[in-house]
Design a binder for this molecule. Structure first.
Ligand code: SAH
Length: 240
């Protein structure tokens, strides 16, 4: 489902920043954490401002590339500058307009899970905790079935995520995780920008081993490409 402007705080923030060069606070709420904010200018990062794991994902992308949840189009624009061919999709109508205005040649308002979308790609990118779009553990099957359909034979996915176990670290360095609970990387978020309030949504952070386990279940290989500075990493998933 697409996000109309009145329910789209992040898209509103992106549009504001694009039009005026500045934006207010993009507030993030979660039942698990204290209130936080996303610095809107970070959503407009250039290649040199990106963390190494994102730079790596862009460098490794080949052929026809699909950038899923492309936001302001920062990765799509960097790929175009590298001479690569990219389609950028997002459920945010406002973000897609901004991407088009910023020069992303093929930016479309499409939900990854919309079955009418059936084009195939050599590389699929999901960046900025891209695993979030899986939603929760139950979302794995739907996600990998979609990926299978959208990938050309021999194609692969580059996705980044973080292992949230550090949130459960004790003073002695051990980790206290209640295994009877939901998977510890499952987070619920709600965003607000000015008067625009979004709905609450599930956003999955996943450690590499758990991701690799599910990838295998649904016929994908999983490789760790590189690790970031703080429990974050880039994974490459290939269809077997
Ligand atoms: N990749 C961008 C933005 C990350 S925020 C960056 O790194 O800066 C996540 C983005 O995913 C948001 O723009 C949100 O609108 C989009 N999104 C969430 N669910 C989606 C879905 N099902 N299909 C396509 N885009 C989605």
């Amino acid at each position: 489902m697409l996000l109309p402007p009145h329910k789209d705080p992040m898209g509103t923030a992106i549009a504001d920043y694009h039009r005026t060069g500045r934006a207010g606070t993009l507030r993030v709420f979660s039942s698990q954490f204290d209130e936080d904010e996303i610095p809107v200018e970070q959503l407009f990062r250039t290649f040199t401002e990106m963390p190494p794991i994102e730079q790596q994902a862009l460098t490794l992308s080949t052929g026809r590339i699909l950038d899923v949840g492309a936001g302001s189009g920062c990765h799509a624009l960097a790929l175009q500058e590298m001479g690569k061919e990219v389609t950028a999709i997002d459920i945010s109508e406002l973000s897609v307009e901004v991407m088009q205005e910023r020069g992303v040649k093929d930016a479309r308002a499409i939900d990854l899970y919309d079955e009418r979308f059936t084009e195939q790609y050599d590389t699929i990118l999901l960046l900025m905790n891209g695993s979030g779009i899986i939603g929760n553990i139950e979302g794995m099957e739907r996600f990998f079935l979609r990926m299978k359909l959208l990938l050309k034979p021999g194609g692969c996915i580059y996705m980044d995520s973080s292992d949230l176990k550090y949130l459960f670290e004790e003073e002695d360095g051990s980790f206290l995780i209640d295994i009877a609970d939901d998977y510890y990387g499952l987070v619920d978020f709600r965003m607000q920008y000015k008067q625009v309030k979004g709905e609450s949504f599930d956003w999955l952070y996943i450690d590499f081993d758990t991701l690799a386990y599910y990838a295998e279940q649904y016929g994908f290989t999983a490789e760790m490409v590189c690790e970031g500075e703080h429990y974050d990493y880039l994974a490459r998933l290939g269809c077997k």
